[in-house]
Write a protein that binds this ligand. Structure first.
Ligand code: UDX
Ligand code: UDX
Length: 471
């Protein structure tokens, strides 16, 4: 058996590396159009940062794991072809801003159809709208080359930052399809290291919809706790205490109850908007608007945070230096797609603040690109003023101390562990007074920071807590 995967991104790369590691006898070929990305996968500087990934890649690369741009060859040689290309939200035409752009999926399917001989199992790894498999099947059979296909849906549930552990010890693997034989072939790959009870099989549509549903439910929990954080700030309740109290109810559970500056990442918003579009398509308006609120609440949370910064700093941040700690959408990744930090920084820039940004893993070029993109409207228009602000009012710091030096405020936007153990006396000494600290991740100890002299604002915590158990 031979496997290939089209798309060497955050999902395709780590997933295939894990399959190759666990199945040394199966050649795994990861292909991508992007030569630069492939070169990085073949180097010591992998294109994505993920704890534990280096070791997995090093073990399998050169043995049974190959990265290249030879897409046609990979298709011809493989029995199982994973499609893991990106499916971003459409920015144009029908469904713009909501529907998934399936252009790359269609191109892949056409390329597979053109190059395949014999029988192939085509596996959808990318998150797709329900019933995409139907379109993929039609495209595959359109070439009349004599090749035959089975299409399976095998969505990925790994979270960035914990991808290796999620792949090694998943809660479940989901495989949807019509052909028992094809399902069994794919099951036999995962069964090398995952118990059969954890491999769920469903029909194609249930599998496609389960992925969207899982992400919608997870995002909904974050929006729910963030909604309560606004109420906590108004009433003097503490969101972490509320989360602990409700999370110990086994029916609710403790995970995904961390209030934050807003969820980010390539999946949550995209998948919910996709779900909303799907519901509208089927005339389910109430269902669509129910789920849309999860995104509306997330936008509110991000906006609320940047507005709070401006209001607190005497209604003006113009020409004030603000240190930004963290730009990735969560810790332990270099991924910045839809990171809340992008929108907070854009809002503060437009208030004319001078931002000095430090993230341990995100390069300067990526930060500037994200900010330029966030300032660009749906028609691709970027104003001269916004461009000027990104070019002139953003600087990049090598560490948190440099970002905070001479600043009026610090905003913590990613929960990197190393931010917890800094010398906060030193940070405070280098800042203007009052020294504002806006913790968008509830990462730092509020009492300790206040004792040092910061004026700390955290999510879901009021400034002067009354009835605190420790007071
Ligand atoms: C992607 C999807 O965004 C997500 O919905 C799905 O669940 C998994 O796949 P990710 O791996 O994070 O997620 O995307 P990305 O890191 O952008 O990787 C996609 C790769 O596909 C890129 O390297 C891109 O160059 C490649 N690609 C894209 C192709 O090789 N061919 C194409 O036609 C299009
Ligand atoms: C998510 C899903 O968890 C994963 O199963 C799916 O395959 C892809 O989408 P990912 O986006 O990589 O994974 O990370 P996740 O840990 O889910 O975090 C998403 C966002 O929510 C991050 O910005 C994170 O900071 C935020 N979040 C998460 C919170 O604000 N609070 C929480 O309690 C949990």
């Amino acid at each position: 058996m031979k496997i290939c995967c089209i798309g060497a991104g955050y999902v395709g790369g780590p997933t295939m590396a894990m399959i190759a590691k666990q199945c040394p006898d199966i050649p795994v070929h990861v292909v991508d159009l992007n030569q630069e990305r492939i070169d990085a996968w073949n180097s010591d500087q992998l294109p994505i940062y993920e704890p534990g990934l280096d070791e997995v890649v090093k073990e399998a690369r050169g043995r049974n794991l190959t990265f290249s741009t030879r897409v046609d060859d990979a298709i011809q040689e493989s029995d199982i072809i994973f499609i893991s290309v990106n499916t971003p939200t459409k920015t144009f035409g029908i469904g713009a801003g909501r529907a998934a752009n399936l252009e790359f999926i269609e191109k892949c399917a056409r390329q597979i159809a053109k190059n395949a001989k014999g029988h192939k199992i085509v596996v959808e790894k990318s998150t797709l709208p329900v019933r995409t498999a139907e379109a993929v099947k039609r495209i595959l059979s359109s070439e009349c080359s004599g090749a035959t296909f089975d299409v399976l849906s095998n969505p990925e549930f790994l979270a960035e930052g914990t991808a290796i552990d999620d792949l090694l010890n998943p809660d479940r693997v989901l495989i949807g399809g019509e052909s028992e034989e094809a399902i069994e072939t794919l099951c036999s790959v995962y069964a090398r290291w995952i118990s059969r009870e954890q491999i769920l099989t469903t029909n194609l549509w249930s599998s496609e919809l389960s992925k969207l549903t899982a992400n919608a439910f997870l995002a909904q929990r974050v929006s729910s706790i963030n909604a309560m954080s606004a109420l906590c700030e108004a009433t003097g309740a503490d969101i972490d205490e509320v989360a602990r109290a409700i999370g110990s109810d086994s029916r609710i559970g403790p995970k995904f109850l961390k209030a934050s500056v807003g969820f980010g990442g390539s999946c949550f918003q995209k998948d919910i908007l996709n779900l909303v579009y799907l519901c509208e398509h089927f005339g389910l308006r109430e269902v669509a608007s129910y789920w849309e609120q999860v995104v509306v609440m997330n936008d509110y949370q991000k906006r609320r945070f940047s507005e709070d910064i401006v209001k607190t700093m005497f209604n003006t941040v113009s020409d004030k230096k603000i240190g930004i700690w963290g730009f990735a959408f969560k810790k332990d990744t270099n991924d910045t797609r839809e990171s809340a930090a992008i929108y907070i920084c854009r809002d503060l820039l437009r208030e004319r603040a001078r931002l000095c940004i430090h993230d341990p893993r995100v390069p300067e070029k990526q930060i500037r690109q994200e900010l330029l993109l966030a300032c660009t409207d749906m028609n691709g228009h970027l104003t001269d003023k916004d461009r000027w602000l990104v070019e002139n009012n953003i600087s990049i710091a090598q560490d948190c101390y440099q970002a905070a030096d001479d600043a009026h405020a610090i905003a913590v936007l990613t929960e990197w562990d190393q931010f917890k153990t800094l010398d906060f006396e030193k940070v405070h000494a280098s800042m203007h007074r009052p020294s504002f600290l806006f913790d968008g991740r509830n990462l730092l100890d509020q009492e300790k920071m206040n004792a040092i002299g910061f004026e700390m604002h955290a999510i879901g915590k009021s400034l002067n807590r009354k009835n605190s158990p420790s007071s």
